[in-house]
Design a protein around this ligand. Sequence first.
Ligand code: PLP
Length: 490
Amino acid sequence: MPERTSTPEVAAAASSTTAPSAAAVRSGASASATGAPPFTPLEQQALEHIWIHTARWLDLAERDGLRVLVRGDGCRLWDARGRVYLDSLAGLYVVNVGHGRREIGDAMARQAGELAYVSAASYTSLPAVQLGEVLAGLTPGDLNRFFFCSGGSEAVETAMKIAKQIQAMRGFPKRYKIIARVGGYHGATFGAMSITSSHNETYFGPFMPGVSFVPSPDRYRRRFGLGGEAEDLACADAIDYEIRAQGAETVAAVIGEPISAANNTHVPSPRYWQRVREICDKHGVLLILDEVINGFGRTGTMFATEKFGVVPDLMTMAKGLSSGYAPIGAVAVRDGLYNEFKQKDVGLAHLLTFGGQAVSCAAALANLDIRRREELPRRTAENGPYLLEQLESLRSHPTVGDVRGSGLLCAVELVQNKETKEPFGWGPAAAAHPFSRRLVAAMDERGLFGRVFMSIQISPPLIITRAEIDRMVAMIDESLTVAEREFGFA
Ligand code: PLP
């Protein structure tokens, strides 16, 4: 079980447990009936009022899966019962500088006291200008213009709209199609969901028209049966084929994550992205690279794009931009593209009320300052190979098919059969398999917060120490052993 602590706030919360309310019992939240400890008042309120985004009710209410977190420090999190967890996912690939960085909160408070909001339609603010300046110094090539928004999905929606408007302004109003990649994830709003291949047709279809999906690099399962760089290049050529098949005169943009965490963190050859860049240029198609997870040092360089030696036309970012201290995202745009708006004296038909919100920009600035002072991309480049080396030891498990990653973005791919590579499910569906669920529970019991889809996804805060890496890998190792034994693999 997770270690317990006695900080004043968690001790108070832990000591005041209570039986579920009548409302909760009526709706099936009778934790005491299932042998789980009774809920604290805080947990009770959470059960009654909070919609935890993708969680299932019985998991929260009956299977001891509700966690109300009350404090964070570095890579550790405390819940309302005083249990402490190691965070192997940086929240959700977000908290790069670690939890509990008071200086970010102080910067936000100062900005809120000075000026919290100006209309995003007509004005900008001091921290937004400063953030644009800092970002222009970090992004590759001539990605010097920033459209601010509130998160990754909005950044993706914005990038697609910029791409479509530019194509129309260039005289190609029929270039509206987007080519995305199988297994990629770009968000939950309608357009972003439409270019995410695992979208739920039953509940949300039909989707945005004009979207098609092409294979993306996977040297483990080898869609083209080639392996290595040849496999990656065959995937790049599939984009060329798809643009021709759709008719180049109808395609606005190609989008992909440089290294797709959603697609289990396959790291392609630089030549893959270079070839995709050439293909887009040849056909007059814009290239959008989605750095929402990859950006700000996660893969050991400031942006993963740098590893591959390409400059996209549009680059989306969020998560690590503020390390989660405030909601903020952005689209970085090449000078040449923005010049087209300048020359034609046309505005972008797109307004988001909270874009560039001053307190969020102040949070991002303070976060990026920590990143600079603590040299997080460089430390990640050093600790990443160490993490991967430790994870390699898991290959002896009967369910571990592959281990791979870049920087502190790693995946341990799980299979039912190493010979056939049969997964526990395809894409996010794998998370529902009883084995995956047991594995997550076993990790939780040991005090590790983690995520299991087709792979165990590992993306801790970039400030993680080697001792914490060792503990994290040991807990994954033990959890695999437990789940494998119970499911008859060992
Ligand atoms: N793009 C990528 C690559 C992502 O991983 C995500 C979220 O995980 C998004 C976009 C959507 O970001 P958000 O959840 O902030 O809207």
